[in-house]
Design a protein around this ligand. Structure first.
Ligand code: AMP
Length: 428
């Protein structure tokens, strides 16, 4: 099969890495890709925002399957364009992608389908938002309705903070039209969990549970980021819990979208908080998570290309993810100044040495090939990922990999997988 991956981050590198292992793969292409992906695929300089260019490229290459990584082109209708051109694509239609493109739409679907989620109000005006904040039982979370590149959510600890978050979206126009409508949501307590599932419009095939770490600093201190690391599996989330969440969340949502005439084909990502009253959805994504994919795929056995092709074009009936490695830990090495003002263009050294460590794979997230060699080209530069028979081993290997990498001024969290390793020791 000739496959084209759309995107340029660590998620797409992990997808390329997993697809490259498939016996079905003939040629792998990526647009625009990155230097890491370039070791596995032929790169084409078409940006993810150029829907027409991507569709033309897929047709010219006579692509058998397009795998769409990021949310923006999905919400903009890239899968629909591919379908119109007769090209199979993994990723939902624009109509189904509204699950991520509009939080208000997602809440409506969940209400109709009876999916447990945080209580909320949708507000278009400051006065309505203030009334919702006043009516809420405790603290709230203020969310921009539309796509805001992961920056549209403010978890508030006071009414003043909530009012400021509302003003940023509705008055100061911080997120453009994406923030002209906000959700005021109850602030939930509990452990977070990401449960991704492959869907063919009807069937749901859950992948390994994962957790990402969003704050910049150890012990969840510091500002929110796109994600500073991830682990899979998640302590306490066994096969029964996964089956229960799929039954309460993924299946009813897939059924409801089919009923609405927008069947969901692609990766349905449920962001959950495990409260004392059970799981509650805090967000849906309509694509693989970043950096969760980097720890899920090394733990997924079997043929990923066969599964994605089935999800896109036929049926996942009877498919199950085959378990592979026991534990996986991925640590993000971030550029100097990330997340506020990342400095780009710094040389990157030590990637080869890190990859010589047993179990370690490095996914490129924000790199570019400069004249003098590999250099930083994004805030999150590398995902140093390691598998192992347990979290202790995976974590030790991942951090040995981090130590082998040299980027001036870079930073990383030192606690990714620490709690999971401790939980494992308690159970041992
Ligand atoms: P999101 O951009 O939707 O992933 O949200 C970013 C982060 O905000 C999540 O990873 C959670 O840590 C937090 N969050 C979102 N919604 C809630 C909620 N209802 N209660 C508590 N925390 C939340």
């Amino acid at each position: 099969m000739r496959v084209l991956i759309v995107g340029s981050g660590g998620r797409e590198h992990a997808l390329a890495w997993a697809l490259a292992r498939s016996p079905l793969l003939g040629e792998l292409h990526a647009a625009p890709g990155n230097p890491g992906i370039g070791t596995l695929a032929r790169l084409h300089p078409v940006p993810v925002s150029d829907l027409e260019g991507l569709t033309r490229l897929a047709a010219e290459l006579d692509t058998d399957l397009v795998v769409i990584g990021p949310e923006a082109p999905l919400v903009a209708g890239l899968a629909d364009r591919m379908a119109a051109a007769g090209i199979a694509a993994f990723g939902p239609s624009a109509a189904a992608a509204q699950l991520e493109g509009s939080k208000a739409f997602a809440k409506t679907v969940m209400a109709t389908a009876g999916v447990p989620t945080a209580r909320f109000a949708v507000c278009d005006t400051v006065s309505a938002a203030h009334a919702a904040i006043a009516e809420a039982d405790g603290d709230v979370v203020v969310k921009a309705d539309g796509l805001a590149a992961g920056k549209g959510v403010v978890v508030c600890s006071s009414t003043a903070e909530a009012h400021a978050a509302v003003a940023a979206a509705l008055v100061d126009d911080r997120f453009g039209v994406a923030g002209h409508r906000v959700l005021i949501e109850e602030r939930l307590e509990g452990e977070e969990l990401s449960l991704l599932a492959l869907c063919d419009g009807e069937h749901v095939m859950p992948l390994a549970p994962a957790r990402d770490f969003k704050r910049a600093g150890d012990d969840d201190s510091g500002p929110n980021t796109g994600g500073m690391g991830s682990i899979s599996p998640v302590p306490g989330i066994d096969a029964d819990v996964v089956a229960d969440i799929v039954a309460q969340v993924h299946r009813p949502v897939v059924n409801e979208l089919a009923r609405l005439g927008s069947p969901f084909r692609g990766c349905l990502y449920a962001g959950l908080i495990m409260t004392a009253d059970g799981p509650r959805v805090i967000e849906f994504n309509v694509r693989f998570g970043d950096p969760e994919t980097q720890v899920i795929l090394p733990r997924t056995g079997g043929d990923l290309l066969a599964l994605l092709a089935r999800a896109a074009g036929s049926s996942l009936a009877g498919c199950e993810a085959e378990p592979a490695e026991a534990a996986c830990v991925s640590v993000v090495v971030a550029a100097r100044g990330y997340p506020d003002a990342p400095e780009l263009g710094d040389p990157i050294a030590g990637v080869d040495a890190a990859e010589e460590i047993e179990g370690v794979t490095i996914f490129h997230a924000g790199t570019a090939q400069g004249e003098a060699g590999l250099q930083t080209a994004g805030g999150r530069v590398l995902n140093v990922t390691a598998v192992g028979p347990d979290f202790d081993t995976a974590r030790r290997r991942a951090y040995a990999g981090v130590d082998a990498v040299r980027i001036a001024g870079s930073h990383h969290r030192s606690d990714i997988g620490r709690a999971a390793a401790a939980a494992e020791r308690v159970h041992a």
